[in-house]
Design a protein around this ligand. Structure first.
Ligand code: ZN
Length: 276
């Protein structure tokens, strides 16, 4: 019955697409020519759009997606090198605390349920964003990776959500090797909820969103609050806060300096998007 619900693009955004589909808000990374790399305007717009959807009483569920072939290749490395290469510790801390850690936590704390819709690359900073959503639907071409330990000698990305969504053993393998995880494996280990054909991704995600939207809204938000609080009682928030600070240290090590001097151009040319 809802399959014919009109899709309406709203708002004045340039790096994301904000669409309303009935009671669902779909917020898409929208720089497909750059594999949806998350530059500052995109992150700011994503945060603004999530806040808008949370405040809109007509929105029941929020989908975070990406237009084109990829969910997102992660933080925009070219922008980072161009604009933040010589940031002081203080400047980088402030930037990453607001835009990487802060925005991700706002997504986690959203009182409305969030669903990541993932195809193609879901790498580094984008892995972080997708996994801060409550549910994940991925197509069979999707893959996940966090190679920044290898490419930039940084301690993972800013939000170490990995052990919470893939288990400690897998998280160690994933981060120690930087290797990709296929969507099939992600589904097998329970990191994603649904695995579908690429052609079915959009409709499968909307179908899940519609089912969630039928649940009474306040009960849903209270349930989410309790589930997130369960994670907090297990140390989720404290562990993430601690890692953010460790991550900042890893930005100013001798290893990082050497890689910056020798490898930044190579990292870009190989298409690895990551953090700096
Ligand atoms: Zn960082």
């Amino acid at each position: 019955m809802n399959a014919i619900t009109e899709i309406v693009a709203v708002g004045d955004y340039s790096a994301i697409l904000y669409e309303r589909i009935g009671e669902i808000a779909r917020i898409s990374h929208n720089r497909p020519g750059q594999r949806n790399a998350e530059n500052t305007p995109l992150l700011d717009e994503l945060d603004k759009a999530v806040a808008h959807a949370v405040a809109d009483p007509e929105v029941r569920v929020i989908i975070i997606a990406g237009t084109g072939d990829h969910f997102s290749a992660g933080h925009d490395l070219k922008e980072a090198i161009g604009e933040r290469r010589h940031y002081t510790v203080e400047q980088r801390w402030a930037y990453e605390e607001t835009r990487y850690f802060g925005y991700a936590m706002k997504l986690w704390d959203s009182p409305k349920p969030t669903i990541a819709q993932v195809q193609g690359a879901c790498v580094a900073g984008a892995f972080m964003v997708a996994n801060m959503c409550d549910l994940v639907v991925a197509s069979k071409d999707a893959y996940f990776a966090d190679p920044v330990c290898q490419s930039l000698a940084a301690a993972s990305v800013e939000v170490l959500v990995h052990p919470w969504v893939m288990g400690l053993r897998k998280a160690k393998e994933f981060l120690f090797t930087g290797e990709r995880m296929t969507a099939e494996e992600a589904h097998r280990i329970g990191m994603i909820n649904r695995l579908v054909e690429r052609a079915e991704l959009e409709e499968a995600t909307l179908d899940l969103a519609r089912k969630v939207a039928r649940t009474p809204a306040f009960a849903l938000s209270l349930t989410k609050r309790s589930l997130n609080r369960t994670a907090d009682l297990q140390g989720f928030r404290n562990a993430l806060n601690a890692h953010f600070e460790t991550h900042q240290l890893s930005h100013v090590t001798e290893e990082t300096r050497l890689i910056r001097e020798q490898g930044s151009a190579a990292a870009i040319s190989t298409g690895k998007s990551a953090i700096v």
